[in-house]
Design a protein around this ligand. Structure first.
Ligand code: PDD
Length: 285
């Protein structure tokens, strides 16, 4: 049975409990991170820890543990659950106030912290990386602070279901005529040899994989342009792909009814995936 971490304790998953008054449950008043594990080591841990700190501070939420403690807990869970390839999920909420009240409780209410692992053998060899995935476009109906990694993921869940109903794998969201990002990933197109992805703002999550991939792309002398792009531009692009901690770099071969790059993964996405996996494995801790 899986061992999970809850508020300072390591427990079998069926003994781990959170209050019904927890603000994560009542108000989606919580933030999260997903860190991948390859070969038993954490990928991009520092980036995830830094973004967590920022998410917490944007919401005036206290950090229940230091970054060093967080690293130790991640490693402990990976060991205790014998994870070779998979993910560590972390969630921190504003805790359980005595009653349901929209106002934040005072500091006497301790935050809730939960971490658990998901085993995904062969995570880096996902068959979809060879065939690419298909996405549909949907309106972006999320709130305006998508730079904060909150647990209010209902619209992204709806988006995945819309994609599924349409026979696709995922959805790209559109606001004011341009693509913001995927339901749980950042979105890119390649035109000519140029990699185009939306610039950082409150409109999108500042992906940790995005930051690493853009750095590797520039180091490999690939041209990168950070700007918004339209659905039409995407549909006629040479390549498209997404990035996230759980998919790394994943080629996109269709957007709505338009095939991209003849319906097969392109050379830029394929190369970036190789570089990302190679470099991240080297830097894993
Ligand atoms: N999602 N954009 C959104 C909306 C996301 O939810 C995510 C991550 C990303 C990519 O960020 P990163 O490269 O740091 O994983 C972009 C995670 C994987 C999830 O919700 O499972």
């Amino acid at each position: 049975m899986r061992i999970v971490y809850v508020n300072g304790e390591y427990l079998p998953e069926d003994e781990a409990k959170v209050s019904v008054f927890d603000r994560g449950f009542l108000f989606a008043d919580g933030v999260y991170e997903v860190t991948s594990v390859l070969g038993g080591k954490l990928i991009d841990f520092d980036g995830h820890a830094r973004r967590l700190e920022r998410s917490l501070s944007e919401l005036d939420m206290a950090a229940p543990v230091t970054t060093e403690e967080l690293l130790a807990i991640h490693r402990d869970l990976v060991d205790r659950n014998k994870i070779t390839d998979g993910l560590v999920y972390l969630q921190i909420t504003r805790g359980a106030a005595p009653d349901r009240d929209f106002a934040y409780p005072d500091e006497s209410v301790a935050p809730t912290i939960v971490l658990f692992t998901q085993s995904k053998p062969g995570l880096a060899d996902a068959p979809a990386a060879k065939t690419g995935i298909r996405v549909i476009s949907i309106p972006d109906e999320r709130w305006g602070r998508r730079d904060i990694k909150t647990v209010q993921l209902l619209y992204p869940s709806m988006g995945k279901m819309m994609a599924k109903a349409a026979g696709a794998d995922d959805a790209w969201m559109i606001e004011d005529g341009t693509i913001t990002e995927g339901t749980s990933n950042n979105a890119y197109i390649v035109s000519g040899r140029k990699i185009v992805t939306r610039g950082l703002s409150n409109d999108i999550l500042h992906g940790i994989t995005r930051a690493a991939v853009l750095r590797f792309a520039r180091e490999a002398q690939m041209e990168v342009e950070e700007r918004a792009f339209t659905l039409d531009e995407a549909k006629t692009a040479d390549e498209a792909f997404i990035t996230s901690a759980s998919t790394f770099v994943m080629p996109v071969v269709a957007i709505d009814d338009a095939e991209i790059g003849g319906g097969v993964p392109g050379p830029v996405a394929t190369r970036l995936r190789e570089i990302y996996l190679e470099e991240s494995r080297k830097a894993a801790i």
